[in-house]
Ligand binder design. Structure first.
Ligand code: DAH
Length: 340
């Protein structure tokens, strides 16, 4: 009997250790521990043994069962560990693999310019006012002294949503909204898109950026306006740049001017960019018309104001040396990311 037990144990050790996976281990362990396995066979033989041997053989078989169970358990744990190790090895992150560089976007040139202008004016104490792209006819035209049949409306023909609602043709509407909501002193800027029915070409687009400036106070004069514009041009184009002022007409200012800036390409000498004039048209401005002040609830006998509206697109073209406005709107990332 002892020999048989030793044999079974030896075979079990050999075969259990060979099991490659859980399935094989189950089959192998059944050969020794199962209902018809080797241990069972020996147990069945117990009955035939004389009583005095039964006890000691029974004990030996119990020990054998414990040993077999221990072998299976040990093997089972080894297999589980191997499975886990394999899983870990497969999931390992190789930190030495070079990473793909993340691609960062850049700000759009017009946004860069806008931010620069806003920073410049905010540092000088101007308040930044946010307006909407959709305006009423009143704020866009009427309150700026452009009544319904005024010919100046033609110059700014726009997209009507209904007869009283328009896509704003200029940021000047924000002058009115500001004056209605606060009394002087007012120093404000507002910036955003404006819309007009314009054919797209190298210098025109039906959507374009503008910056509006408005100052209203007791002793505001044309000299303040010109000084402000001159400072702005020097900030943008360098200290040798300046402005040239021409008389003009806007219904909402009296007197009205247009201001040109020194051509940044030829520094005023004359070149193809400025059509040999040495200057580039930059903005419209003037002293706020007393009627406009009054319509917004400001006493024009006490207060005066100056205002200006700057087109941002052409300024961005000048600043970044872009010769065709369409390049700024075609979302060509390779082109746009050159501007920083
Ligand atoms: N709103 C005018 C335009 O878009 C520009 C302008 C002219 C704005 C004179 C002003 C101004 O504030 O005073 O053509």
């Amino acid at each position: 009997m002892d020999k048989q037990i030793d044999e079974i144990l030896k075979n079990a050790e050999a075969q259990i250790s060979q099991a490659k996976d859980k399935q094989e281990l189950t089959l192998t362990s059944a050969k020794f521990l199962g209902k018809n396995g080797a241990l069972s066979d020996l147990m069945k033989g117990l009955r035939e043994l004389p009583n005095e041997e039964k006890r000691s053989v029974g004990e030996k078989l119990n020990i054998l069962r414990d040993k077999l169970n221990a072998l299976v358990k040990e093997k089972n744990e080894a297999i589980e560990e191997a499975i886990l190790n394999e899983k870990l090895a497969n999931e390992k992150v190789d930190v030495t693999i070079p990473v793909k560089p993340a691609s960062f976007g850049t700000m759009h040139p017009i946004e860069i310019l806008k931010k620069d202008l806003v920073d410049y004016f905010v540092a000088k104490g101007f308040e930044l006012k946010d307006g909407g792209d959709i305006e009423t006819d009143y704020y866009c035209f009427e309150a700026l002294n452009v009544p319904k049949e005024h010919p100046a409306r033609e110059m700014q023909d726009t997209f009507y949503i209904d007869s009283e609602t328009v896509l704003r043709t200029h940021t000047s509407a924000m002058q009115v909204r500001t004056m209605e909501s606060q009394q002087p002193p007012i120093k404000m800027i507002s910036t955003g898109n404006a819309y007009r029915i314009d054919e797209v070409d190298a210098t025109h687009s039906p959507i374009f950026g503008q910056l509006e400036i408005l100052v209203v106070d007791k002793d505001v004069t044309m000299a303040d306006l010109i000084g402000t514009l001159d400072g702005l041009v020097k900030h943008l184009l360098g200290k040798n740049a300046g402005i040239r002022v021409r008389p003009s007409y806007f219904p909402f200012t009296e007197p009205s001017i247009e201001a040109d800036a020194t051509c940044p390409k030829c520094q005023g000498k004359g070149c193809s960019m400025c059509k040999e004039t040495g200057f580039i048209e930059m903005l419209g401005a003037g002293m706020v018309h007393p009627k406009v002040l009054e319509m917004s609830g400001i006493d024009s006998t006490i207060y005066k104001g100056f205002a200006a509206g700057i087109g941002l697109d052409r300024l961005a073209m000048m600043r970044f040396g872009v010769s065709d406005l369409r390049d700024l709107y075609e979302n060509d990332i390779n082109l746009l990311k050159q501007f920083k």
